[in-house]
Structure formats: C-alpha cells, structure tokens
Design a binder for this molecule. Structure first.
Ligand SMILES: C[S@@+](CC[C@H](N)C(=O)[O-])C[C@H]1O[C@@H](n2cnc3c(N)ncnc32)[C@H](O)[C@@H]1O
Length: 291
C-alpha cells in the first residue's frame, strides 16, 4: 500500500508527461500554422474588384495632391494598403484606408507594420458609403466612374481645398483641375471648391471707393454671373474657384478693368483687386443665397 502510494505520483507524472507529449503532437498535426492570405488581382470586392495602382502612380497621385505631413489622407477602397502606407512613409501624412474585405485589411496592417509606420497608417474594415471620411484633406480613389459620381455629393460637401485624386476614372461633368499620368495610366485631381452661389455686395474702400453687386452662378469650380455698379450692369468674366480662392474680372464703361482675387470664408470674401490705378483691398458679404 505504502509503496503503491509512493509510486502513484510518479505514475501520474509519467502519464501526464506522455499525455502532454501526445497532445503537443496532436496540436502540431491538427492545426498547422495558418497560411497567410495572398490577394489575387481581379478578386471580387463589394462594389469593385481589386486591382492595385502601380507604385509610381501612387506616388504621382500623392504629389498631385501636394500631400504634406499635416495632411489627413483617406484611400477609399484601400486594397493592400499601398497608398496609405506611401502617404505615411514617403509624405509623412496621417493616413487611413477604408476597405471592405477583412483579409485585405489584415494584410494592409501587416504591410504597415513591416514598413514601421503602423502608428501613422490605419485601416478601417468598412463600406466606403457608410464610413465618415469628412476629416480627410486628401482623398484617393481607384474605383469606377459610377462610384465616383455616387461619392460626388459627399465630396462636394467636404472642406473647401480638400484635394481628391482618382486613378483612371473621372467625376462625369465635374472637370478635373489637373490631369497627369505615369506608366500609361491617368490620374485626375480635383480641389473641392467653396460654395459661392448667390448675391454679394462688394466694397473697394479707399480714395476711389467703389461698391458693386455681383451675382455668382456656380457650377463646381466655374463661376459665371453678372454684376452691377451704381445699379447699372457691368461685365463679369473669368470667374474661377480653386478651393477657397476665387478670381474674377469686372469691366466698367467698356474698358475700365479690375481683376479680383479673394479668399472665401463662408458668407465673406476678403482679397485684393488690381486695376489701372494700382492694387487695393476689397471685401464682400453675401446678401442672398442662390435659389
Ligand atoms: C481597384 S481596387 C483599388 C485598391 C487601392 N486603392 C489601389 O489603388 O491600389 C478597389 C478596392 O476597393 C475595395 N472595395 C470595393 N467596394 C468597396 C466598398 N463598398 N467599400 C470599401 N471597399 C470596397 C475592393 O475590395 C478593392 O480592394
């Protein structure tokens, strides 16, 4: 009995170590290390398949946007994460990818870690049509023309000056501000324009003080319209927006030309006007929104 009692712990230990060894072997046999996901060009995506943008064009697109370290870059449909990783690593920006495919998100996170920029590059698994990207200052896309047009109203409501770059696909009748190419691929860049539609009262103070009334009719970055001085129609032309910066020309009495440049801030504009008499400041206040 005594010897049995003494022998029991040894037997139990032997049994345990055998069981441990067998379990370890079983574990090795039953669950070999998971093979890492490998994407294949053309694989299904929610609204569009995955085809990567060549690295040289990724860099060109970020250059076109003038990407700087203080930019917040979002790539909508971020695939393997290359645009986000490049924006963070080469341009020093804070970058986020939105990608529906969870395997691609996991792959992107691994890629960002390998490049040592996981802190500046993050990835959200989600649908681009359900994700808030309003804080982006640079938006990159490689989607489809129909998806660009579906995103367009949201993009046009983003902060004026936000730059949007699309590989291959346009925004229908919203003309690009810049077009460029690399490796035979085209990229289009738009700058979200301020909203200036409506009637404005313009004042040019100083010795030859002048007041005008201008009505701006805006289509994207193009500004048409009409103007009056002393209640008489004068010529309005060359209206253009680049983000929050507006330019236009007024011509009075057939040949007195003034070229206006200004910065739009909601319902106010401040800027500089150049004419034959030199340069002066001007301000404007919106008196009525466009209908
Ligand atoms: C043509 S690839 C572009 C990938 C990457 N932006 C690039 O330029 O290399 C489009 C990507 O969008 C993803 N995608 C498709 N529909 C999506 C949706 N509704 N929301 C988020 N991602 C989507 C696809 O899975 C695919 O990775």
């Amino acid at each position: 009995m005594f010897s049995n009692w003494r022998a029991a712990p040894l037997a139990a230990a032997a049994l345990l170590s055998t069981t441990f060894a067998v379990n370890a072997l079983n574990a090795q046999g039953a669950a070999p290390p998971a093979k890492e996901f490998e994407p294949s060009v053309g694989q299904e995506g929610k609204d569009v398949i995955w085809v990567p943008t060549p690295q040289s064009l990724v860099e060109r697109m970020l250059q076109m946007a003038g990407t700087k370290p203080n930019d917040i870059v979002y790539d909508l449909g971020s695939g393997d994460g290359r645009t986000v990783i490049t924006a963070a690593k080469k341009f020093g920006a804070t970058a986020t990818g939105v990608e529906y495919n969870p395997d691609m998100v996991a792959l992107s996170k691994r890629n960002a870690e390998k490049e040592g920029i996981a802190g500046k590059a993050q990835f959200i698994q989600g649908d681009i049509f359900q994700t808030d990207f309003s804080k982006a200052t640079v938006l990159t896309l490689y989607l489809l023309p129909s998806l660009n047009v579906k995103l367009r109203p949201t993009i046009l409501n983003m902060k004026p000056g936000t730059r949007v770059v699309s590989h291959a696909f346009t925004m229908d009748d919203w003309q690009a501000d810049q077009v460029d190419s690399s490796e035979g691929r085209t990229a289009y860049m738009w700058i979200v324009p301020a909203k200036v539609g409506g009637t404005w009262k313009l004042d040019v103070p100083g010795s030859g003080a002048k007041s005008y009334e201008a009505t701006f009719l805006q289509q994207y970055q193009n500004v048409g319209g009409s103007a009056k001085a002393d209640n008489k129609p004068i010529q309005f032309s060359n209206g253009k927006l680049r983000g929050e910066n507006i330019t236009f020309t007024l011509v009075e009495d057939g040949n007195v030309r003034r070229d206006f440049t200004g910065r739009v801030n909601g319902d106010r504009i401040e800027g500089t006007v150049k004419g034959a008499g030199g340069e002066s400041k001007w301000t404007a206040v919106r008196t009525a929104e466009s209908k």
